[in-house]
Design a binder for this molecule. Sequence first.
Ligand SMILES: NC(=O)c1ccc[n+]([C@@H]2O[C@H](COP(=O)([O-])OP(=O)(O)OC[C@H]3O[C@@H](n4cnc5c(N)ncnc54)[C@H](OP(=O)(O)O)[C@@H]3O)[C@@H](O)[C@H]2O)c1
Length: 242
Amino acid sequence: MLLADRIALVTGAGTGIGRAVAIACAREGATLLLLGRRKKYLEETYDRILEQGGRASIVPLNLEKELHRVPEVAQEIVQRFGRLHVLVNNAGLLGVMTPLAAYEPPLWESLFRVNVTAPFYLTQQLLPLLRAAPAASVINVTSSVGHAGRAYWGAYAASKAALVNLSETWAQELAGSTVRVNTVNPGGTATAMRAKAYPGEDPKTLPTPEDIVPVFLYLASDHSREINGQHLAARDWRDWQP
Ligand SMILES: NC(=O)c1ccc[n+]([C@@H]2O[C@H](COP(=O)([O-])OP(=O)(O)OC[C@H]3O[C@@H](n4cnc5c(N)ncnc54)[C@H](OP(=O)(O)O)[C@@H]3O)[C@@H](O)[C@H]2O)c1
């Protein structure tokens, strides 16, 4: 098992890519902390993990409105486990597809809070726990529009670009330590968010969230111990096996 005895926290673990990553990590032996907004969906992921003989807890938290509760979450992990090996900052908001000229500032701020501030603050507050593990991996989930702006993608594109930059800054500051920080660009994947962005698209033409988990397992495991500050495209890693 790739992640035996590891503790992993995945945000947005109730649906889509986060759910698939959490289930795959649990199958590889990790104990999962499932963080997300809607409890019902977190419980479904939890049930799937337990049915497969895995271990998990749910952490219902709204990353837009309840960031002040993150130190509480960190404290609970200190008490229960004393360390954290993997943090996947996967939760994200798409917002609306509209020209910047019409973008509503409150929505802009919501997207930056969930897509950028939450990954920053979770990493900052969980850093002592990540440092307490022999080796730790932070995986930030970005997007193609975070690497090159695109008309009508507004706050989503700008916030993912900020997340790319933030990841590079963390990686440089943590270079030489036991904590590494990298990003994954999932590429088009059949989820609710993708369907909202491309309503006319047939989801059967896209990889499923399960298809793209290998890159996450690679980055979470010791196989990537030397990898820091890199941007990996999930589609290049679909056939990866340990
Ligand atoms: N699918 C793609 O083609 C694609 C491509 C590039 C990048 N991505 C990125 O992949 C990541 C996962 O997206 P997905 O495609 O799997 O879509 P998704 O199913 O819509 O997942 C988004 C997740 O983010 C969580 N989330 C949103 N706002 C939150 C908040 N305020 N507090 C806590 N959790 C919150 C949602 O939780 P609730 O359901 O509980 O609200 C949901 O589980 C995102 O970062 C997205 O930008 C996806």
